[in-house]
Design a binder for this molecule. Structure first.
Ligand SMILES: *Cc1c(COP(=O)(O)O)cnc(C)c1O
Length: 399
């Protein structure tokens, strides 16, 4: 079966409405062109899909369950289903994309993979898949993140990755992306840049969304089995760069009766200046090779984002999500740190599931919107919370 149906394609230049495109130095153009050609060639190739399928099933553990959360449903007087991406190998949805891109890198004859990472989840997924495929792996990570995400740094090292701390700028995710892009400029021939979210220059946003679209493909089949109807009333996902949301929304975008809810990281409040809510508080701008909504200061410089969740702490947002928000196809809800923390403790107490801090932002929407008793509400539980225990328990981290 074809996993990668193209819904809502960007135009030939990679624009979704006014967002997206390719804003890169000339030196990167040939890399981007070669990547786009290879991606378009292989994504519909039956051998590629078969290899992807097998790894998804036998290595990642897909399909992930769609779980009816009975006690959470009772509490909110509606029907809540959790899509359990936290049960994937390595503990989040990131591995779906990492496998897709590494399979592509192999077919392009590349032997060296580079990646950026914030909280370390994408770095761990990339290091894992590189070990599996025998590829050389370098992960760029802000020095600040290296210090506050020790366990993930150690996992990457165990998996054989070279973890490079980035000290420039604010020493966090956005700086790690800059340095990864510089590496790619300097080593265009042998290197594949494995980008971790639905961001960056075209074709990354569309490619990542299609690899992640397996999430909504499964939700449709599972809902049909569980409820007799393939479409829910709501799909809720958190948005950092937008990859888990793109995947969870993908096959529902043409279904007008399905409401798509994007939970962005409000931080201390979307208008507090300490936020990562780029759709609510941002303006049009260019970041990391594409046009989108960006947190900018009065001089037009990219502002330092803030969220309690390292995986949502990004000053931009993928162009497909920016377009869905601009056309009001998705409703955007800023969720603040305290609301996410409360949701995390609640789902842990009611369902025995410790969610990633990122995913907690999606769960918090249950307490913000009003749902009907007849509604079917699917929440994409993008990852597990092992990495966030010290935050949940209020243990100070070494910064
Ligand atoms: C990285 C991450 C996110 C945010 O990234 P998206 O590209 O927006 O999905 C969300 N949840 C978890 C568990 C993550 O690891």
């Amino acid at each position: 079966m074809n996993h990668f149906t193209l819904n809502l394609p960007p135009d030939s230049e990679g624009f979704y409405g006014k967002f997206g495109g390719t804003f890169v130095p000339d030196i990167l153009r040939p890399n981007i062109t070669a990547l786009k050609e290879a991606y378009l060639k292989y994504i519909d190739d039956p051998d590629f899909q078969e290899e992807f399928d097998k790894l998804m099933r036998d290595y990642v553990g897909r399909p992930t369950p769609l779980y009816y959360a009975k006690r959470l449903s009772e509490k909110y007087g509606t029907n809540v289903y959790l899509k359990r991406e936290d049960l994937n190998h390595t503990g989040a949805h990131k591995i779906n994309n990492a496998i897709g891109q590494v399979l592509l890198a192999k077919r392009m004859g590349k032997h060296r993979v580079i990646a950026e990472t914030g909280a370390g989840q994408h770095g761990v997924a990339t290091a894992t898949v590189c070990a599996l495929m025998g590829m050389e792996c370098t992960v760029y990570m802000g020095k600040l993140d290296v210090d506050r995400q020790r366990p993930n740094v150690e996992r990457m090292k165990m998996l054989g990755a070279n973890v490079v701390p980035v000290t420039k700028g604010s020493a966090t995710l956005a700086d790690a992306v800059d340095v990864a892009l510089m590496d790619w400029c300097e080593n265009p021939d042998e290197t594949f840049y494995l980008l971790g979210s639905a961001v960056g220059p075209d074709p990354y946003p569309q490619m990542v969304a299609r690899f992640q679209s397996i999430i909504s493909e499964e939700i449709k089949q599972q809902l049909l089995q569980l409820t007799g109807k393939p479409n829910p009333d709501y799909v809720i996902a958190c948005i950092g760069g937008g990859s888990n949301a793109s995947g969870a929304f993908y096959h529902f975008i043409p279904e007008e009766n399905v409401q798509l809810i994007s939970a962005e990281a409000g931080g201390l409040g979307a208008n507090s200046g300490k936020t990562a809510a780029s759709l609510t508080a941002g303006r049009e701008g260019i970041i990391h090779g594409f046009k989108t909504m960006v947190l900018l200061d009065d001089d037009g410089n990219i502002e330092e984002p803030y969220s309690i969740s390292a995986g949502l702490d990004y000053p931009g947002i993928g162009p497909m999500l920016a377009h869905l928000a601009d056309t009001v196809r998705t409703k955007v809800i800023p969720v603040n740190d305290d609301q996410a923390l409360k949701a995390a403790h609640e789902i842990t107490a009611l369902e025995g599931i410790i969610p990633a801090l990122e995913s907690s932002h999606a769960i918090a929407v249950l307490d913000i919107l009003k749902f009907k008793p007849s509604d079917t509400v699917v929440i994409n539980l993008s990852g597990r919370g092992d990495k966030d225990l010290s935050t949940y328990l209020g243990i100070p981290v070494n910064e």
